[in-house]
Write a protein that binds this ligand. Sequence first.
Ligand SMILES: [Zn+2]
Length: 436
Amino acid sequence: MQGSSLKTLKQVRMYPIPVSDPRVNELITWYLGTLQRAIDLIWENIEWRYRFPRVEKRKRKQVVVIPSKLKAPELPKNKSFKKRLREELLLDCPYAKHWVDAVVRTAYSIMESWRKRYLKGRARKVKPRVRRRFARCKITLMKVDYGEKKIRITVRPGEYIEVSWSGRWFTRMVKGWRVGEVILKDDRVLVPFKSTRIIEVRDVVAWDSNELSLDGFSPRMGFIRVDLKPLQSMKIVYEGKKRIAQSKGLKDIYEKYFARERNRERDFINKLATGLRRLFPNTIHVFEDLEKEDLVSKGKASKSRRKRNARTPWKLIHKKISEKAITVKVSPNNTSRTCPRCGCVVKTRVGRVFKCPRCGSELDRQKLASINIYLKHSKMRGFSHSDDLEKTMKGELWVGVTLSGRSPVIWIPMKRDPEGSEAKGRGLNIKQYQAL
Ligand SMILES: [Zn+2]
């Protein structure tokens, strides 16, 4: 079987530190005014250039790159413009000069994201306006004392605001992590804590995202089924409650249920992601790229595929897992109708059992996609497969996540396969697994 490889897992967690200082409010007010001014200046200097419809050939398919003639904005990025912009903004800057640089950078990132959305038809040709009150700091304005757990932010040369994360509820969670660029809000400082870990990857689990379960396949453990029914039931309950509140016109109650549902959903997803990381250490998790799926199967997406995205927040689940473990995405093309043994692509998708018309393989359809996702990933990396794939396909591991408030996450291994195969347990003692 494949050997190990090293991967970097980058994690960022944002935590707030309350702050009460009128200087922060004044700084934010100045920051926003200056930021809008910078956006105005960049906007006035945009060059609009015609782009013509274009079709490109990609992987033997014609792909429309630009659908119709359009005037595309080019942001002014040359040195002389940036210099003038900076000088202009410095004319009205009672703060440390680096604050102007922070403003300029934020202005460009706002404009850049507007430009991208505009080109995709998601934003109108209207100058962006800053509404939320915030000020994004620069690392050059910060001094971090990791021993004292203190962050010193320069306001003016020689004048500082200090915040500390010592004794906060999250202190334990960010032990040994580095501090990134903070964001000032009127009543708090948002601190991104970052960690970079090198992980020795020894295993692969490929996951098929279904409406009621995450169905995984790993050559080492066989099939893994993560039950998502508790999440579904919870959401159904809240849908009912919200519907009643809405029909009675009780807006406050509706909002309350809405918030509660979202909290419980987040809680579930967090536990799921943490649980997977603990249960499968040193593992790459492979998922289908659901963003791509929308493009590939537009208009012809099967009902079941569309349905699975209806209630289960897949994008959020994938995102959370990718924050805690190493993840990879593969194209979802044909994963539910390709024969994993001979590669034959079957047209129809009916019945519980997949039967290959060419080589005669039979397989539970629920398990088909995860194997194909696994194969896609390993082909991508150039591994070959032999018969041991079929041997390991026998093991089965069931995993559950409890939803109830503070009770521990319990991972329940069930369903030993008849031969009592070791495959699923090798090197991993999966009994009752408890998370904190
Ligand atoms: Zn076949």
